[in-house]
Write a protein that binds this ligand. Structure first.
Ligand SMILES: NC(=O)c1ccc[n+]([C@@H]2O[C@H](COP(=O)([O-])OP(=O)(O)OC[C@H]3O[C@@H](n4cnc5c(N)ncnc54)[C@H](O)[C@@H]3O)[C@@H](O)[C@H]2O)c1
Length: 416
């Protein structure tokens, strides 16, 4: 079977969405032009598992323009947009994904892209890499390497590498400056509030927003909450990050204490059970909870469903749980990434940079396939700087360059 999607007749709406992304992603457009000439991926099969919305679709088209034979699936059951998947199929790419897939369907779609016998893996959260190592180890010899998009995926790769289980090189795309400094911080910061606002249609100004985790994403979510007029409380487990939050002007306290005062809660830690049953019981009537971390484990949804006296869908993507008699809390998008499951994900201009890093890292793997020795590879600095320089140019900005004298001064040990 060539593809498994909901309905190919949805393609026209997906095509318009992808066209909008293309128009707003000059960096990816420039790479598409280069790839059409160079065909770096000719004869290369790429399996991709990334949130399947229009930006990802454009990345797939850019890779296909470079000659890649693309096998595409999503990386979350609720983030696939069926019209976008249809547009890719109409363009001749192979897609195995639909919105609202069951756990069995999700696994089957992962299997379908792997059964193609890919040479390059583009993963978001580690599901492809995990399935390759556990279910399809016989396909590993054909894999040149892969790229991992997000923090959680890299944590999983590091755990595999520590046990000497990783069998092919993986580029840590998330750790490139042009990825996490902008995508995690400004992308998540903006798109999380877009998801919350369009889903709830409630005011943020004057409310108390609790942000769990003050990493790259948490900083962005807290910064934008402040901009919307909220009072922000941060919860952390790392004392250094906690001090950063305090110095940035936010209050810091344990979750149990924050639970009692928050109006909105956003978890973005990459950790599990950040908000638990005991916290739900402390919360104000009407508190709104959501998650922006990769997996739906940060809010203890199983515990909440178990303890709830009643549960019902209040609005699209809002579930209402009665945690005590006549006392309700609301969870957005079933505790899955709110910006993707209840929104369109990061702004296009942000993904322009993240996916340029992906595309150039994939090309790096292909062009260096005979010399790759490390299993966990940092994005080469030249790629990061290339992406930054191109982006700056497309932003219409220029910067100074070091003179030979300045260059010599910066590399000299002499004090003058
Ligand atoms: N929603 C999105 O579009 C999106 C985008 C990028 C990354 N992510 C995901 O978001 C998560 C966070 O990514 P990041 O780049 O900010 O990671 P990060 O490592 O920079 O930050 C995570 C922070 O959470 C803190 N933390 C860990 N456990 C905690 C706990 N129990 N309570 C409170 N704080 C805790 C850590 O100390 C750290 O400061 C990951 O799962 C990542 O994959 C989501």
């Amino acid at each position: 079977m060539n593809s498994e999607i909901r309905d190919v007749s949805l393609a026209p709406s997906g095509e318009l969405k992808i066209d909008w992304v293309r128009k707003n992603c000059p960096l990816l457009r420039s790479l598409e032009e280069e790839f059409v000439q160079e065909k770096p991926f000719l004869g290369v099969k790429i399996a991709l598992s990334v949130h399947l919305e229009a930006k990802t679709a454009y990345l797939c088209k850019v890779l296909a323009a470079g000659g890649a034979d693309m096998y595409i699936t999503g990386s979350n059951p609720l983030s696939t947009q069926d019209d976008v998947a249809a547009a890719l199929v109409a363009a001749g790419l192979k897609v195995f994904a639909w919105y609202g897939s069951t756990p069995e369907e999700y696994d089957r779609h992962i299997s379908r892209v792997l059964e193609a016998g890919p040479n390059i893996i583009i993963d978001d959260g580690g599901d492809l890499v995990h399935a390759l190592h556990t279910k399809y180890p016989h396909l590993i010899p054909g894999v040149i390497g892969g790229c991992e998009e997000t923090t959680t995926g890299i944590i999983r790769l590091m755990a595999m590498e520590a046990k000497d289980q990783l069998r092919f090189p993986m580029v840590m795309v998330n750790n490139a400056d042009c990825k996490h400094l902008f995508d995690n911080r400004y992308g998540t910061g903006q798109s999380v509030w877009d998801g919350i606002n369009r889903t709830t249609n409630l005011i943020v100004a004057g409310k108390i927003v609790v942000v769990a985790g003050y990493g790259w994403c948490g900083k962005g979510v807290a910064m934008r909450a402040k901009g919307l007029g909220a009072r922000v409380v941060v919860t952390e487990v790392d004392p250094v990050k906690a001090i950063e939050a305090i110095m940035d002007g936010f209050d810091v306290m344990p979750m149990r204490k924050a639970a009692a005062i928050g109006d909105f809660f956003v978890t973005v830690t990459g950790c599990c059970k950040v908000i638990t049953k005991e916290d739900f019981l402390e919360m104000k009537n009407g508190a709104i909870l959501c998650n922006a971390g990769h997996f739906d484990v940060e809010i203890d949804m199983a515990g909440l469903r178990e303890m709830a006296l009643s549960a019902r869908e209040q609005r699209k993507n809002i579930m209402c749980y009665e945690v005590k008699k006549d006392h309700f809390i609301y969870v957005l998008a079933e505790g899955r990434l709110v910006n993707l499951a209840a929104g369109d994900g990061h702004p296009a201009e942000i993904m322009d940079m993240s996916f340029a890093i992906q595309a150039l890292s994939a090309r790096y793997l292909v062009t260096h396939k005979d010399t790759l020795t490390e299993k966990l590879i940092s994005v080469p600095r030249e790629i990061d700087l290339d992406v930054a320089a191109r982006k700056l140019k497309f932003m219409g900005k220029s910067i100074d360059a070091l003179s030979p004298e300045q260059e010599a001064y910066l590399h000299s040990s002499a004090v003058s």
